[in-house]
Ligand binder design. Structure first.
Ligand code: ATP
Ligand code: MG
Length: 385
């Protein structure tokens, strides 16, 4: 059906009381950003319960664009018309004639209580007219076509489909975190889930050239470009990690290099986060996926920081992570071959239950503080937008 307005619903965030204004404002901002190439083609009206986009010229891919904005529960492409009942009757008949299917249901809602007919009267008037003028029949349980009619103070809104949005919260509305990003499948998916929850991500990557090649950075930039659909600007900090990593392999006892390496990553990330005034860390870790992701390992690794560490994938199966990565478009980039610092230095048999005492003992064998400081003083930063 043709439409001249989009009704945007907030869903979960409408329960957020006094923060709601801020949420709605951020959602409106995200919509503007995502529709920045179509500024002249629509007009935005912000109301307490919905955002309306009055469409002046048809926007290509409008549905696809709106589906990728976090904080949007659902939206409908509607035809806004004069609410006179005779007018609604004739427009509804026209729409029903165009729609495929032999059964229908009219679902009217009188939101403007001053409207002279109640919902049931509207339903009956509209349905009666359609029954009289078409072969279609009513099926209230499983109709081929559902025509929604919302009577509001500024007009009647007619629509036949409601599209599920991305859900979650608007970009940046719930806080910030420092996301540890590798070049694999998991961390971009974790990033997406955080962004969808309204968390603004800044990324940190540990690079160990020449063991890892510069292709990793291109790959990361491509991954973050893909995530720009959901968060338009992402900062990426690249930590020179080679010296620390070489040192770890020199002094580590068997099975411990990965654990010690990850403890160093957490230490560096925590310190960078403090400098950036970011209160949380995040990773793509998933319980049980590899040796460093057993609960015992996670505990020992986590011991070096007192920041909250968000692990959005912690309960996800790999197949489900892959499905999300395909959906958001990061999968094909993630599977490009690359040498990650973990894969290169991975010991034959990493410990699944590392001991904290052993980690402390290994770490006491070298003064890592100056190396951490040196790494933090030589960060490379990029802005992906
Ligand atoms: P991914 O697919 O995200 O690479 P993975 O299954 O390969 O994850 P690991 O390599 O054990 O798992 O890494 C677990 C998490 O640690 C990653 O999801 C990421 O958050 C972080 N991480 C690993 N390597 C790096 C790195 N070089 N730089 C920054 N973070 C990293
Ligand atoms: Mg990895």
């Amino acid at each position: 059906m043709d439409y001249n307005v989009v009704i945007v619903r907030f869903g979960e965030m409408s329960t957020k009381g006094k923060n709601k204004r801020d949420f709605v404002f951020r959602l409106a901002h995200s919509i503007r950003l995502n529709l920045r190439n179509y500024e002249d083609d629509y007009e935005m009206i912000i109301r307490h319960d919905h955002i309306y986009l009055n469409i002046k010229n048809k926007i290509d891919n409008l549905v696809d664009i709106l589906k990728e904005i976090s904080g949007m529960y659902s939206f409908s492409l509607a035809l806004k018309i004069d609410p006179d009942l005779e007018n609604i009757k004739s427009e509804a008949l026209r729409i029903l004639k165009e729609e495929k299917g032999s059964t229908f249901k009219i679902h009217a809602r009188r939101i403007d209580k001053s409207y002279p007919y109640i919902s049931d009267e509207i339903n009956r008037a509209i349905a009666g007219n359609i029954l009289k003028n078409t072969d279609k029949i009513v099926d209230v349980h499983n109709p081929d076509i559902t025509l929604d009619i919302e009577i509001r103070d500024d007009g009647a809104y007619l629509f036949t489909t409601t599209v599920k949005g991305m859900g979650g919260y608007p970009s940046g509305s719930t806080g910030k975190c420092l996301m540890m990003i590798s070049g694999g499948i998991d961390s971009p998916v974790a990033s997406y889930l955080l962004i969808r929850r309204g968390i603004e991500i800044t990324c940190i990557h540990f690079a160990s050239p020449p063991y890892t090649n510069s292709g990793v950075i291109d790959k990361l930039e491509d991954l973050l470009h893909t995530l720009n659909k959901f968060q338009p600007k992402i900062r990426l900090f690249i930590v020179p990690f080679t010296k620390i990593q070489e040192k770890i392999y020199e002094i580590s006892t068997e099975g411990y290099p990965i654990t010690i390496m990850r403890r160093m990553m957490y230490r560096i990330a925590s310190r960078l986060a403090v400098r950036l005034k970011i209160p949380c860390l995040a990773t793509g870790e998933s319980v049980g996926q590899v040796a460093s992701q057993t609960l015992d390992s996670l505990n020992v690794i986590n011991e070096v920081t007192n920041m909250a560490v968000l692990r959005p994938l912690c309960t996800y199966d790999k197949v489900d992570i892959i499905k999300i990565s395909e959906k958001i478009g990061t999968y094909d980039i993630s599977i490009r071959p690359f040498e990650d610092c973990c894969t290169i230095f991975a010991p034959v048999k990493p410990k699944t239950s590392p001991h904290l005492d052993e980690c402390r003992h290994i770490e006491s064998k070298f003064d890592f503080e100056p190396l951490i400081e040196e790494a933090l003083n030589n960060l490379d930063v990029r802005y992906i937008k």
